[in-house]
Design a protein around this ligand. Structure first.
Ligand code: AGP
Length: 608
């Protein structure tokens, strides 16, 4: 979703803003712009639909004077089409502003402040700028505080006032913002990727506080009568600049697929003590695992599909109900959770608005909340009762890959610890579980070595309009993510089906050459799945079969057979995920699509 960057300091602002926007591109956007406070005290706004690269070329041709202060924005359209006018920054009177989020009452505000006919865009953001301009009487803090009293919705703003040279004001409610003081100026941004070229120390802008950036210092003000100064908690980024670069790979997605063995080691190994899962360093007490009578997992997209795998793994062992709900449904459905429910919230970004709302609702219902989050200090991490951080490093490609694997690893660790402390696994069984789980890491490496073979699947998929993924039990849960991966980056309609369900409708869509990706790693249902494959094959399907090396399968059963190492059935998701990711990746590449930034999608979905 929208990206925000602000800089003030001794260096040239134009370059820093444009580099920052390039770092934020992965969030997803359709237009970009910057506003520069020039040395003659004027503010110059340059904004265009299209890519940051085009904005940069245009700025290089048109902006020749130096500026040391400015704000920049990538817009993911919500209110109003993709036009230059709707791009940010918006400039109204004394105010120049950029915004991420949605102002829900912008219609009412347009009427209340008589803005009809004065606005040049169709955005809710320009309405906020118009209101702020009317409220501004020379005191930025007072005007911003008053603006907040009128706004409904989620937002983060960066604001420059004509008569406040060198100063940027920032404020947020729900939508993310981080800020940092460095030796070469101060910065504010939607996320850390734009800050890491300059510093490792940062703070999360506290909600409903006003942040003032001056060239060498940042002040944070409470909204009380005196605008009391507060000190935010300084945090340190635990990854380096290289982590957010392609490092020789053609796409971030391919790089991130390859990073999975390392990400898994970083997530799993520090949580094993004497061969057993151990969350003492995470501060997660066993009582949340023993005191609950049910588990409810809430998340969106890939994170939710990781939850589906966990459900299939946990419920048969724990013998308590484990539900998985899409966060955007959970938040409006009066969910069946209470103080006896452990609500596990999963989010790579820690900022997904629906997941955050679901977390808040679960807390209102009295549930204990445990989040699995990749971004340190993100809102979901901060608001959960307990957090289990995954250590994937920054995930830049819109399509989740390594985040999925480490979310699974975290869920598997939780499952093992819970089984142990609830007496479902003995110490020896728990140790064996973890030892078997670690075998998934070399299995992933084996599949990465086979990427050229896996690539051959793309020539059969690239010209198709539909594809079907089938599996049973855990394999069905894996197939859900496989279908999402393929559709989001290759634009092929892909559907996952529990294989036994095919005959109840979907098999009507199977005809000559329709691709069916069958996942068959669960021994206890292997023969059933083989029958389902024969059924689709008999109707002309092109079958790509993913199975174990040892599986006794007729080589003519499928058109392509990809075999994974013989690891325990419970952990096959890890190498299978890599195969599914590579199939989607190479199909997207074969279609010459924008792998890392697929159309219409945003990395961090911070609006409803
Ligand atoms: C999938 O590849 C997407 N990136 C998307 O489904 C994602 O998993 C979802 O939007 C949730 O994001 P989160 O983990 O940051 O909350």
């Amino acid at each position: 979703m929208c990206g925000i960057i602000g800089y003030t300091g001794p260096l040239g602002a134009k370059k820093i803003l444009l580099n920052g926007l390039a770092c934020l591109e992965y969030r997803g956007y359709d237009s970009a712009g910057i506003a520069l406070y020039m040395e003659d005290d004027s503010i110059q706004v340059i904004k265009k639909t299209g890519k940051v690269k085009a904005l940069k070329e245009y700025c290089d041709q048109t902006v020749h004077k130096v500026s040391h202060c400015g704000i920049g924005h990538t817009r993911w359209a919500t209110h109003g089409g993709v036009t230059d006018e709707n791009a940010h920054p918006h400039r109204v009177g004394h105010v120049t502003l950029i915004h991420n989020g949605i102002i829900e009452n912008y219609h009412e505000l347009t009427e209340q402040f008589h803005l009809e006919g004065t606005l040049v865009s169709q955005t809710d953001s320009e309405v906020a700028a118009g209101v702020l301009n009317q409220l501004y009487q020379g005191d930025p803090l007072a005007a911003i505080r008053e603006l907040l009293s009128f706004l409904n919705g989620s937002f983060s703003f960066c604001i420059m006032f004509d008569d406040q040279p060198g100063n940027i004001y920032a404020v947020r409610n729900v939508s993310p913002l981080v800020a940092a003081t460095t030796n070469s100026g101060t910065l504010v941004a939607s996320d850390l990727t734009a800050l890491i070229p300059y510093t490792k120390d940062y703070f999360v802008v506290p909600e409903e506080k006003i942040v003032k950036l001056s060239p060498y210092k940042i002040s944070v003000y409470d909204l009380d009568d005196n605008f009391t100064r507060i000190s935010p908690e300084i945090m340190t980024i635990n990854w380096d600049t290289d982590a957010a670069m392609k490092n020789g790979y053609p796409h971030f997605m391919l790089k991130e697929i390859h990073e999975q063995p390392e990400a898994l080691k970083k997530t799993i190994l520090p949580r094993i003590s004497q061969g057993l899962p151990d969350f003492s360093d995470d501060g997660i007490p066993d009582r949340i695992f023993t005191d609950c009578s049910r588990i409810h997992i809430v998340a969106c997209g890939t994170a939710m599909y990781a939850g589906m795998v966990a459900r299939a793994l946990m419920e048969p062992v724990l013998r308590i109900p484990v539900s998985v709900t899409i966060a955007s449904e959970f938040r409006y459905e009066n969910p069946l959770v209470d103080e006896h429910t452990l609500v596990i919230v999963i989010s790579q970004s820690g900022e997904t608005i629906d997941t955050l709302a679901a977390l808040r609702l679960a807390k209102e219902y009295g549930s204990k909340t445990l989040s699995i989050v990749n971004v340190k200090g993100s809102t979901i991490a901060r608001e959960s009762d307990y957090v289990l951080y995954t250590h994937a490093g920054p995930e830049i490609a819109v399509a989740s890959t390594k985040a999925y694997s480490v979310q699974l690893a975290a869920l598997y660790l939780i499952s093992c610890r819970m089984s142990l402390v609830r007496g479902k696994y003995s110490k020896e069984q728990s140790q064996a579980f973890l030892a078997d789980m670690l075998e998934a890491i070399p299995a992933i490496e084996t599949m990465l070595e086979q990427k050229d073979f896996i690539k051959t699947t793309s020539s059969h998929l690239m010209d198709q309009s539909d594809a079907f993924f089938i599996g049973r039990g855990l394999d069905y849960a894996f197939s859900l993510e496989g279908a999402l991966k393929l559709k989001e980056i290759s634009y092929i309609h892909a559907e996952a089906q529990a294989a036994g369900e095919l005959k109840h409708g979907t098999i009507a869509l199977i005809a000559d050459d329709v691709p069916v990706i069958a996942i068959a790693t669960q021994q206890h249902v292997l023969s059933k799945l083989i029958s389902n494959i024969r059924e689709v094959k008999a109707r002309g399907a092109f079958v790509i079969l993913l199975t174990k090396e040892m599986a006794a399968i007729d080589e003519n059963l499928a058109d392509i057979i990809i075999r994974i190492p013989n690891i325990d059935d419970r952990f096959t998701v890890f190498p299978i995920a890599v195969v599914l990711q590579l199939i989607a990746y190479y199909t997207s590449v074969a279609k010459d699509l924008d792998v890392d930034q697929p159309r219409n999608l945003a990395k961090s979905v911070t609006v409803e």
